[in-house]
Design a protein around this ligand. Structure first.
Ligand code: IVH
Length: 696
């Protein structure tokens, strides 16, 4: 019997391992890197499947199962604080039937007690808790894993819709909970700016909001125009409430219901959205859900569902809480909006690195508040997997994100005799046969130096902020310079004469006048002092990113050494893999590239590490950095250590040479350092370690 049951269960055991690995991976990317690799719907489906298997076969539930924890890993760089009241999540469902079940169960449990529900929006942002004492914002903490979160008070203070001081009457000690959202309009403007600066855009407003709250530089956070939507008031138990009697009498009557609490909060100065409705029964709840399922697209920020709560606070204790979520509330989650529309044509875009992206051009269709005409088809495999035929009706979907996705084909409407769509074989711009490397999903145009979008893309990269930071040369102006035959490769920029620029693009918004020409020339001149590592990055060598370029520059010290290095020598650099090493080698063995490098060198660009850039003073030392500093941001300090030959580690171990302690250092780090007898030094003591170092 035993033998049989253990054989039977093998497929489930395997599935549990698969699911656990997937969910852990998605969780990690989501919580640590702010990257969503799958839609919420797909993620929830995986988690549900795992929960179901674990319920059916409890012996398969591992102690470390992702179903056992509420949230994700904890961000190490912020001071961690324990929530006074755990931040529970809500039970959630995509099914209206389960909402009916919830309603019926609640009614049954409450018997004759009169009660009502509140329905309100479920904001798709980042949950935080704000502690107010005597009407003053004292602390802001992210949800974290529900028990412990990050102290993000400094960043929260920059959000205009978070009151720093409350108005009118308020309890003397309470927590306001809500969601930080990035409104669509602000998010789009912000992402556009990022792309112009050569930074990776964020996938959706939620990730951007979450990333913003964890910025080290509060000024940067302040620029982002985040909003706080308050949705919950957490009061300490009555016997711990220090509010004076006068205030209590005036206020407490209203704090008996959730809707009363939100009204009171609004008067204290919180941003409480007006879309809350008291409902008596399941029909009213359904109406509210139906209304917002379509109306949600007209809101200025994302919501991903509706939250239903029992309105009478006194009944919450009666209904109680499960391990993870209260029994007096539930969240209904919206399914992604979906429509089908005929495919008209697939066009192919050529990116900066020559990668081809197929784009579906469709009959315009209204979906989730906007007209959709085009959607990415990702790559050749994506089209094959969906088995798209000419003239097919494509199913397109819009989740909480703004970008529509092609998720399938409406097979019933396929035209008789339709053929599978053909993928391009030659570059749609320059006609060069495309290449697809074994094991890679994308095909690309190999004609790097003669294909317009690649040439212009490389120029855009060259002038971008993190590369040469040449201002006043946006994409339109680079197009103009390219078409006028003035600039085809980066070195041409340094041959430009002021007179060639003045009057260029007459009549266009991006035309260049006298002042503009002066600015451009000055900015090009200034770029000559950009450090070598950024010059190397600016060249746009395939696979060589900002960090890789830094490491290669520091290792080889000058461009000649890099050009002469073998593939093995290149691959010996930390973080440089075989593919990147090969790519650098290929780049350096093309006559045309060497010519560009020569012209750039003659123009006076930095082609070697400067003596001020780096020293070896810190070689052999490993540093851990904690807290905030006055001369550096934390990232700058880490770069500083590395540029002097030191190593940076995120955790304290026997190998740590020094802990550099800033303000508000994490207490855990301090304890660990003391225990491991690691010397703890200040920022100034650190600077003194490096001889003749001036403060930045
Ligand atoms: S109430 C104990 N109301 O959705 C009840 N939550 O899984 C506290 N959320 O973690 C939550 N909008 O981050 C509540 N109007 C709303 C909400 C809301 C968004 C989030 C919150 C929570 C999650 C539920």
């Amino acid at each position: 019997m035993d033998l049989f049951s253990s054989i039977d269960i093998e497929p489930q055991r395997k599935r549990v391992a698969e699911l656990t690995q997937l969910i852990d991976h998605y969780n990690y990317e989501y919580y640590m890197n702010d990257r969503s690799l799958v839609s919420d719907f797909e993620f929830d489906a995986l988690l549900r499947e795992l929960i179901e298997i674990e319920q059916q076969y409890p012996e398969l539930a591992l102690p470390s199962s992702p179903t056992k924890r509420v949230g994700g890993e904890i961000n190490k760089t912020f001071l961690q604080v324990e929530h006074r009241f755990p931040m529970l999540s809500l039970g959630n469902t995509y099914s209206l039937e389960e909402i009916s079940d919830f309603e019926a169960r609640t009614r049954k449990l409450l018997g004759d007690t009169p009660f009502s529900y509140t329905c309100e929006l479920k904001y798709d942002g980042v949950a935080i808790g704000l502690t107010y004492r005597h009407g003053i914002l004292e602390q802001a903490v992210t949800r974290g894993n529900g028990t412990v979160g990050d102290d993000i008070t400094a960043n929260a203070r920059t959000i205009r819709t978070i009151p720093l001081k409350l108005q009118g009457v308020y309890p003397d000690d309470f927590e306001a909970r809500g969601e930080v959202v990035f409104p669509f309009k602000e998010f789009e403007a912000f992402n556009k700016q990022r792309e112009e600066d050569g930074d990776e855009p964020f996938a959706n407003p939620r990730n951007a909001a979450s990333g913003s709250l964890k910025l080290q530089d509060t000024r940067e956070c302040a620029k982002r125009k985040l909003q706080f939507c308050m949705y919950f008031m957490m009061l300490p138990p009555a016997d711990q409430d220090p509010t004076d009697k006068y205030t209590r009498d005036a206020l407490y009557e209203r704090l008996q219901s959730h809707s009363g609490r939100l009204d009171a909060a609004r008067q204290m100065g919180f941003n409480v959205q007006p879309y809350i409705k008291e409902c008596r029964d399941i029909d009213e709840i359904r109406q509210f859900i139906d209304y917002w399922d379509t109306e949600r697209w007209n809101l200025p920020y994302a919501i991903d569902g509706i939250v239903i709560k029992v309105n009478q606070v006194a009944l919450w204790d009666k209904l109680g809480t499960t391990a993870k979520s209260p029994r007096w509330a539930i969240a209904y989650k919206f399914k992604a909006a979906q429509v089908s529309t005929p495919l008209q044509e697939i066009t192919f875009q050529v990116g900066r690195t020559g990668v081809i992206t197929p784009v579906a051009n469709m009959e315009p269709v209204w979906l989730g508040g906007t007209t959709v005409r085009r959607a990415s088809l990702v790559n050749e495999d994506y089209i094959r997997n969906l088995d798209i035929h000419d003239g097919d009706h494509l199913l397109i979907e819009k989740g909480g994100e703004i970008i529509p996705k092609v998720v399938g084909v409406d097979l019933e409407r396929r035209l008789a005799g339709a053929k599978p769509v053909r993928y391009v074989e030659a570059c749609p711009v320059c006609g060069t046969p495309l290449v697809r490397t074994e094991g890679e999903a994308a095909s690309y145009c190999p004609n790097q130096d003669g294909c317009r979008p690649q040439q212009i893309g490389r120029l855009e990269h060259f002038v971008s902020r993190k590369a040469m930071n040449i201002e006043y040369l946006g994409p339109e102006r680079l197009d103009m310079l390219f078409d006028a035959g003035l600039v085809a490769t980066p070195d041409d920029l340094y041959k430009l004469q002021r007179e060639q620029l003045v009057g260029l693009g007459e009549g266009q918004p991006s035309s260049i006048q006298e002042r503009g020409a002066d600015n451009i020339i000055a900015s090009i001149e200034k770029s000559k002092s950009v450090p070598f590592e950024r010059v190397l990055f600016a060249l746009g060598i395939r696979y060589l990113g900002e960090i890789g370029a830094k490491k290669v520059a520091r290792y080889f010290k000058n461009i000649r050494a890099i050009a002469n290095a073998t593939i093995e020598e290149l691959a010996a650099v930390e973080d440089v893999g075989a593919v990147t090493a090969q790519s650098i080698h290929d780049y350096m063995h093309k006559e045309q590239h060497l010519q560009i490098i020569q012209t750039l060198t003659d123009a006076g660009l930095q082609m070697e590490l400067s003596a001020n850039d780096t020293t070896n003073e810190l070689e052999g030392n490993t540093f851990v950095v904690s807290g905030t500093f006055s001369h550096f941001s934390r990232e700058e300090l880490k770069a500083h250590i590395e540029s002097h030959g030191g190593k940076v580690s995120s955790s304290i171990s026997g190998k740590t040479s020094y802990l550099i302690a800033g303000e508000k250092m994490g207490p855990e780090k301090l304890k660990k350092a003391q225990k491991a007898e690691v010397p703890i030094i200040t920022e100034d003591e650190y600077l003194a370690l490096i001889k003749n170092e001036e403060k930045p």
